[in-house]
Design a protein around this ligand. Structure first.
Ligand code: GLN
Length: 551
């Protein structure tokens, strides 16, 4: 039978429940257990696909085409294992099921209520991944903070489930904050005590407390937390602030979190976790041999979470290259023809980010023009690729006012247009081209060499697509379709000839990069940035003035 771990959060949001869940998952799987992680989100949207990234950060897309919370990205990156639509449940999904059943007459004669109908449906979903004993351990992260009105049905469902399954099959880890008061020079445990009281009011006694803190917890502080929160002292785990998230598993292991969890679940400790590759990865990111500056051109740059997977992919790719990738965030709204040089000249590569809608697009086009003309490595993702197509249409193909029909419905040259199957779609939720699709790569293309394969599968999230009516015109002018969907013939990748590295992809490679499997396109792009920087530095050294002074 599968065992269950529920991770809740107290005191404040943003303490990193996702990272703690992913880290624990990593440790348990490194000990040889089969593990998966799911997230229950308390909001009423059916999924985060319709949310503005400013509200919620990136929308993470799974292989099977679910639009999910960005924490699922952490789960994949840590576990190196694909998540599915089953791994993210929202209040919206739960209510939708219950209300649909009510309309079908499934509860005929009964008043439909939060308890038991909603809580029963939550419990059904909580154990869904455990069907057929597919996993030894299932970790469930409950979104939100204990005490929120919204998360109460989830806590009640957990309480009931634990009562049914028994305490040795179902445990709670509560993540809290231990603030430090500068004035008195003390770590304060009271917020944690209050947060545990909130949990107790919901009938839940936590088994383990993971305490976020800026300073190490003294034995006394740990003892105090243990005594007042009714947990064993070894179950008070220090989670100290760290410079990067990938060190969290190591620190939690040192605190013996994995051992204590297995103990509580009455599972044999098994072998010590094999963290050899993980440690090697951390060594590479903490001791880089070089660095590059890469511009990220996007319109949501004020909130870095909006580009989470891209940023993490750069860390993975930087590790392979033993290179520190410094990201320069550039608000595409601010870019224009006159100032492009100021923003972009000192960069070693530029990534034009995905996005929706008109705002910021003209700035993105300017960025493409600048890096194309100056032969700076360019990577366009989704809208980024579409911008490359529009820019080249306008300035090389001389198609005046060429555009995507997303930006200008009446453009005379719709080089990017709505996909055929999208034309009849009116509903916005979950209706994009989503999830994994095959892509055939052209032999002798740069991408075939990068992937070292002619067939790849990548994940998508878009409605618009390259307009094949213009394909031969583009190819005659050097922008080649080097990746095509074998069934629909949709263009998935475009490469510019006579440029050191100019690749646009309609899909989202960032969603598949993990610590164990860094994405080859990001690895190659970082390498191109390193080469560009090297060449630039060599050129500077060879400037005439310098030569003269050497004479
Ligand atoms: N807005 C574009 C489309 O729908 C690109 C989407 C994206 O960048 N994810 O096709």
């Amino acid at each position: 039978m599968s065992k269950y771990i529920f991770v809740t959060g107290g005191v404040t949001s943003s303490l990193g429940k996702g990272i703690v869940s992913a880290s624990l998952g990593k440790l348990l799987s490194a000990r040889g257990y089969s593990v998966t992680i799911q997230k229950f989100d308390p909001y009423i949207n059916v999924d985060p696909g319709t949310l503005n990234p400013y509200e919620h950060g990136e929308c993470y897309v799974t292989e099977d085409g679910a639009e999910t919370d960005l924490d699922l990205g952490h789960y994949e990156r840590f576990l190196n294992q694909p998540m599915s639509k089953r791994n993210n449940v929202t209040t919206g999904k739960v209510y939708q099921t219950v209300i649909n059943k009510e309309r079908e007459g499934a509860y005929l004669g009964k008043t439909v209520q939060v308890v038991p109908h909603i809580t029963d449906e939550i419990q059904r979903r909580m154990v869904l991944l455990g069907e057929d004993d597919a996993y030894d351990i299932i970790i469930t992260e409950i979104g939100g903070t204990v005490g929120d009105i919204e998360s109460q049905p989830f806590l009640e469902a957990f309480r009931q489930l634990r009562w049914k399954l028994g305490k040795s099959n179902c445990i709670n880890i509560h993540l809290t904050l231990i603030p430090y008061l500068e004035t008195s020079g003390e770590l304060k445990t009271k917020p944690t005590q209050h947060s545990v009281k909130e949990l107790l009011e919901n009938g839940i006694q936590p088994d383990i407390l993971v305490c976020r803190t800026h300073y190490p917890l003294t034995k006394d502080v740990k003892r105090k937390i243990a005594l007042f929160c009714n947990v064993k002292i070894n179950a008070v785990i220090e989670a100290i602030d760290l410079p990067n998230i990938y060190e969290v598993p190591l620190v939690l292991h040192k605190e013996e979190l994995d051992k204590i969890v297995l103990n509580k679940l009455k599972l044999s400790g098994g072998k010590e976790p094999d963290l050899h590759d993980w440690k090697a990865f951390i060594k590479r990111i903490t001791n880089p041999k070089s660095s590059v500056e890469i511009g990220l051109i996007g319109k949501y740059i004020e909130l870095h979470d909006a580009y989470k997977s891209i940023l993490e992919s750069f860390i993975h790719a930087g590790a392979v290259n033993e290179c520190q990738v410094n990201i320069r965030y550039i608000q595409s709204d601010n870019l224009d023809e006159r100032n492009a040089v100021e923003y972009l000249d000192n960069l070693d590569a530029v990534l034009v980010a995905p996005g929706f809608g008109f705002r910021g697009v003209e700035g993105k086009l300017e960025a493409v023009r600048y890096v194309r003309e100056n032969k700076i490595p360019f990577f366009g993702i989704c809208l980024g690729m579409q911008c490359a197509v529009v820019e080249i249409a306008r300035h090389i193909l001389e198609l005046k006012d060429a555009n995507s029909t997303e930006m200008d419905r009446n453009t005379p040259h719709p080089v990017i247009s709505l996909m055929e199957e999208q034309k009849t779609i009116i509903k916005k939720g979950g209706t994009m081209r989503l999830g994994a699709y095959q892509c055939t790569l052209k032999k002798e293309s740069k991408v075939a060499a990068i992937y070292q394969s002619n067939q790849v599968s990548e994940r998508h999230r878009h409605r618009y697509e390259f307009n094949n009516d213009y394909l031969s015109q583009f190819e005659q002018n050097g922008l080649i379709a080097t990746g095509i969907n074998p069934g629909s013939k949709l263009v998935e990748i475009m490469e510019l000839k006579n440029h050191p590295w100019f690749i646009g992809v309609q899909f989202h490679p960032e969603l598949k990069s993990t610590v164990a499997n860094p994405h080859p396109l990001f690895v190659s792009f970082v390498k191109a940035a390193m080469n560009y920087r090297k060449a630039k530095t060599a050129k500077k050294k060879n400037k005439p003035g310098k030569l003269l002074s050497n004479v």
